[in-house]
Design a protein around this ligand. Sequence first.
Ligand SMILES: Nc1ncnc2c1ncn2[C@@H]1O[C@H](COP(=O)(O)OP(=O)(O)OP(=O)(O)O)[C@@H](O)[C@H]1O
Ligand SMILES: [Mg+2]
Length: 238
Amino acid sequence: MATPNIIEIRDLQFTWPRQSAPCLDIPHLDIAAGERIFIHGPSGSGKSTLLGLLGGILVPQRGTISVLGAALERLPAAARDRFRSDHIGFVFQLFNLVPYLPVIENVVLPCRFSARRRSQAIKAGVSVRAEAVRLLLHLDIGAELLERPVTELSVGQQQRVAAARALLGRPEVVVADEPTSALDADRQAAFLRLLLQECSAAGATLLFVSHDRRLAGEFTREIALPSINAARTHETVA
Ligand SMILES: Nc1ncnc2c1ncn2[C@@H]1O[C@H](COP(=O)(O)OP(=O)(O)OP(=O)(O)O)[C@@H](O)[C@H]1O
Ligand SMILES: [Mg+2]
């Protein structure tokens, strides 16, 4: 039996407010469950915008974007937020960690918003906290850092905290926007290995955005955003 698609995009158009031309115009994109997708493209080509649409943070003006069989553009805003908390782990380009909270509290945050993620975290690790600590240790964030405010961590450490938060409670889709850009080459490889390991242990589908095409070999498929985006075909590819 063919693997079912976990993500389906049809005739999607998205234009930012006050822009005359669409940023994204994607006629067709299917992603099968369990794929590990490497997305690249020049700065400003719409990679973060696409991830925002996949996470239901942005809504297209035209077309459909379906994740796990749910057409996100048809869900009311509150249901979209709930869907994201339940099913999608996001590592944002700028991390979006809560600065006044310690490391461990940042990581357990998704489980405060989603009963589904909470029960899955408990199933995987006895308690939410124990599973959060396991992920953090696996990502090389030691016990001595757990109670520190995230603002006292290095950028690379914050990146790994953001990854632990995205993975906690085993969301079906993990979306990572340039999560390795602040890491040196060794740390980058180690981070990627752990992220891939955790995603396959959880059976998660991974969408990973990076400028660094040297990482592409670790993935099952590489997508150059300009090659699927009918808007912006005039731009040169970096
Ligand atoms: N909040 C916003 N309001 C208006 N336009 C925006 C907004 N965010 C992004 N854009 C525009 O949308 C286009 C795509 O931006 P996006 O952030 O998706 O690019 P990107 O491929 O992620 O770039 P980078 O590699 O630099 O992160 C850009 O032209 C940008 O100016
Ligand atoms: Mg971006």
